[in-house]
Design a protein around this ligand. Structure first.
Ligand SMILES: *Cc1c(COP(=O)(O)O)cnc(C)c1O
Length: 370
């Protein structure tokens, strides 16, 4: 699905030098590399504070810890997302309220957010799924009318630009109370291990988040809050410092690859190509088709048999997962999510695709339907 080796070879000299520098200084935790990355990402995102942490799931957990929600408080989450989004909410004894998504861009459906708001609702978590932003202007409006926090799960859309109706632009993850991201290797900005970060423009939240990620302390051995241990290490930070310079270029390569796929599949009667919404740029974390003739699973089997990588994100809606059943007793079906789980298939999408590789993939997809 991704070609991290091909990408590494293009930046190998820089990466090797930076990693060796960390090794020779034995400065593995914290230090200059992590600080520089924090500042570089703040500059890139035009956000006041970036707080690096150990992974994207921790980023979400720390964000919710910083908001001081009480056990039983409700958080509205799209049902069509990766498990981490809802998992941390449950872990903190909050209640994930799973709502349906849009059939076109697969992001949380604003009408369903409004319907799900009740006396215990405290926050909304839009997930910028597969690389383009949810309708943040609308979501922020709903949030401010109902006095709710908004936490963006930006693990899949770092670098995407959100366009407000007045024409102004903000980077995904910086449009709400707190933004969270992951630097898992296959993400658009991936390191060579685990990593994550939290973004905010609120200075009080920034210092609280920094403390929570570091055992609740701002002065060593004086713990004002119950926190966690969640750090980005210096080797990962040094890799990220290099890859951040190429992030826009990487997004461009992904968009070009998506255009190439689109051209091949756009008029196919059994396929729907990815929708590109008006309010954001798409950074194509995934290139996800909908197979509308009921043959999705057969297509997956056929591609796998023919050595074409493909994946189903996601096969089972969160509200049907055993772990979340107790939060979803009142949810019987979510028609769009249910349908997407049966129809979606993601094709290889990364920075090293070219027409030769894509032609092979396209040829196999099309030959399945012949
Ligand atoms: C990858 C991902 C996460 C979690 O990130 P990790 O670094 O793997 O913990 C959270 N939410 C979404 C939508 C993701 O895609």
């Amino acid at each position: 699905m991704v070609d991290l080796i091909g990408q590494y070879h293009k930046i190998k000299e820089d990466v090797d030098q930076c990693v060796l520098e960390v090794l020779s200084q034995a400065n593995f935790i914290g230090g200059e590399k992590v600080k520089t990355f924090k500042q570089n990402l703040e500059k890139y995102l035009h956000v006041k504070s970036v707080i690096p942490c150990a992974n994207g799931t921790d980023a979400l957990q720390i964000a919710f810890m910083a908001l001081d929600l009480q056990p039983g408080d409700e958080v509205i989450v799209p049902a069509f997302t990766y498990v981490a989004t809802a998992e941390v909410i449950a872990l903190l004894h909050l209640k994930p309220v799973l709502v349906d998504v849009n059939p076109d861009d697969f992001n949380i459906d604003c009408k369903k957010i409004v319907e799900a708001i009740g006396p215990k609702t405290r926050a909304i978590v839009p997930v910028h799924l597969f690389g383009q932003c949810a309708e943040m202007e609308q979501i922020n409006k709903i949030a401010s009318e109902n006095n709710l926090y908004v936490v963006e799960d930006n693990a899949q859309a770092i670098g995407s630009d959100y366009k407000f109706s007045d024409g102004s632009i903000a980077k995904a993850g910086t449009i709400s109370t707190i933004g969270c991201t992951s630097f898992f290797p296959s993400k658009n900005l991936g390191c060579y291990g685990d990593g994550g970060a939290i973004f905010t423009n609120n200075e009080n939240l920034a210092s609280k988040i920094t403390m929570i990620a570091n055992h609740g302390q701002s002065v060593q051995y004086y713990h004002d809050l119950v926190g966690v241990n969640s750090r980005l290490d210096a080797i990962q930070a040094s890799v990220l410092n290099i890859k951040l310079k190429y992030l826009d270029e990487y997004a461009e390569a992904r968009r070009n690859a998506a255009d190439y796929y689109d051209y091949a599949f756009q008029n196919h009667k059994d396929l729907i190509i990815p929708f590109r919404n008006q309010h954001s740029t798409h950074v194509f974390h995934q290139y996800t088709l909908r197979v509308v003739n009921g043959q999705r699973d057969a297509l997956k089997e056929y591609l796998t048999l023919n050595q074409i990588p493909c994946a189903i994100y996601y096969p089972l809606p969160l509200y049907k997962q055993k772990a979340f059943s107790k939060y979803c007793e009142d949810v019987n079906f979510l028609p769009v999510t249910d349908q997407l789980c049966k129809e979606v298939i993601s094709l290889p999408m990364h920075t090293e695709l070219n027409s030769e590789i894509q032609n092979k993939i396209i040829e196999k997809v099309l030959s399945f339907f012949k």
